[in-house]
Design a binder for this molecule. Sequence first.
Ligand code: FES
Length: 148
Amino acid sequence: GAAVQVDISAIPPGQKLMVEWRGKPVWIMKRTADQLAALEKLDPELADPESKRNAYPTPEYAKNRHRSIKPEVFVGIGICTHLGCSPSDKFQTGAQTSLPDNWQGGYLCPCHGSTFDLAGRVFKNKPAPDNLEVPPHMYLSDTVLLIG
Ligand code: FES
């Protein structure tokens, strides 16, 4: 499939844009400074905080805690690595009993309860075998992303 070019300048901090690439939903999430800082605290609770697993290999440039080229901008495929459902945004705990008490925001898969942080890193003891996939991508300019 063709690569997809996306202008990310209008995404407000704390929100995500969804585009389609090769028939898959690709999330482009602009994380706030607080959301980025929260990622650091989560490492011990994650199955693969440094993205070393290979079911869905993470590109070299995203093998870091924030799993991205620019720290604030996460680019990931919005398909659960378990059986392919679409995880939902869960930025707060609210009445969500399936989320841990110290939930820092992230994604919850409605099918079997896998939880992911805002870098798409899967929590321990969840059915999903790997972090969310990061598609190949690069920046054509400061605000224009090329996916694929
Ligand atoms: Fe997401 Fe099973 S498909 S947890």
